[in-house]
Design a protein around this ligand. Structure first.
Ligand SMILES: NC(=O)c1ccc[n+]([C@@H]2O[C@H](COP(=O)([O-])OP(=O)(O)OC[C@H]3O[C@@H](n4cnc5c(N)ncnc54)[C@H](O)[C@@H]3O)[C@@H](O)[C@H]2O)c1
Length: 315
């Protein structure tokens, strides 16, 4: 594993929803961060979001230094060489398209040192496939943050076929060092772990609504006030242990066969999308989103996440 004290400068490719928050996370932990994007405009948007997040953290009393000290560690550029030539670790959060990721990584590798670790924040593209464009694929890995990345603790660390153990270990340690909770997978899988489980739950939730078993409101309440609360304290597998594996074995014997096994694109989602019911962004999805309703839910969610983050940091 690489000595963490050798990592001083981060190359941060992409300043969007995820990229700006990841850059801030590193800067808040003392790293110099070179933020790279394709235009000044994109960099300015990222910079604005970083400032706004710092203000939120300052108001919450989370920071032990001034906004200025943190901002001084960040620099912004559209030039690969300026961003990457002195980077010890590079994290990429550009658009989720394999063709774009391959171009970006092929270009990035030209400017970095041989031992620089390269990490992609892809939501689920195959790291093994991205590795095919690299000259030194062993130092490439997935570091999958969760949105909003300034507030959500988890980072899934996912190796491709050619990723070295040292790359995985260093990335896990670095993520933990910036106060994220890193969890490494043994091997890559579509959707990694978080999105596999999220989609398994959603497939069944949509099926329940479709079958008229319960309304969307009822499904959400059932999860919020039972499994959601429990699983944030004791994960599903340990919960099964606590409940008794014989009990879950019995339940699985009659229930697995009755659960949705939809294989294609979800039919309920297809129907909603064809009616332009895309959720908050078009004003309706399973729920109606009038006026500030969506904004208010996000605000309340983020305030609660901030309280949890503060509690984590005080532990
Ligand atoms: N938004 C989420 O919920 C979420 C969660 C986890 C992971 N991700 C992943 O993170 C990545 C970025 O997602 P996002 O939501 O931040 O997207 P975004 O659209 O908000 O930001 C992408 C940024 O990348 C920049 N960009 C595009 N091409 C570039 C290039 N060639 N070089 C440099 N910069 C370039 C864009 O200008 C933009 O600023 C994707 O791979 C996505 O799947 C997203």
């Amino acid at each position: 594993m690489m000595d963490l004290s050798k990592i001083k400068t981060i190359g941060n490719i992409g300043a969007g929803t995820m990229g700006h928050a990841i850059a801030l996370q590193f800067a808040m932990h003392g790293y110099n961060v070179n933020v790279l994007d394709t235009s000044q405009k994109a960099l300015e948007v990222g910079q604005r979001h970083i400032k706004s997040d710092i203000e939120t953290f300052t108001n919450a009393g989370i920071l032990s230094e001034s906004a200025e000290q943190i901002l001084n560690r960040l620099s912004f550029t559209t030039d690969y060489k300026t961003a990457l030539a002195n980077a010890d670790f590079v994290i990429e959060s550009v658009v989720e398209k394999m063709s774009v990721k391959k171009i970006v990584w092929q270009e990035a590798e030209k400017y970095v040192a041989d031992n620089t670790i390269l990490a992609t924040n892809t939501s689920g593209l195959s790291p093994s496939e991205i590795q095919t464009v690299l000259k030194k694929p062993d130092r490439f890995v997935v570091a999958h943050f969760w949105n909003p990345a300034q507030l959500m603790p988890l980072v899934e660390v996912v190796p491709g076929h050619k990723t070295s153990q040292s790359t995985i270990d260093t990335t896990v340690h670095l993520m933990n060092h910036i106060d994220k909770h890193a969890v490494a997978l043994n091997k890559e899988s579509l959707g990694f772990v978080g999105n596999r489980i999220q989609l398994a739950v959603l497939r069944e939730a949509f099926h329940i609504v479709d079958e008229g078993i319960a309304s969307p409101e009822a499904v959400d309440d059932i999860i919020k006030y039972s499994l959601g609360r429990r699983w944030s304290l004791v994960g599903p597998i340990a919960s099964a242990d606590l409940g008794g594996l014989d009990v879950f074995s019995n339940i699985s014997s009659y229930l697995y066969a009755d659960l949705s096994s939809e294989q294609g694109t979800d039919p309920t989602l297809n129907k909603m999308v064809s009616e332009n019911k895309l959720g908050l962004k078009t004003g309706s999805g399973f729920f109606t989103w009038d006026g500030d309703a969506g904004k208010n839910i996000v605000k309340e969610r983020d305030e609660s996440l901030l309280k949890l983050l503060k509690a984590d940091l005080e532990k």
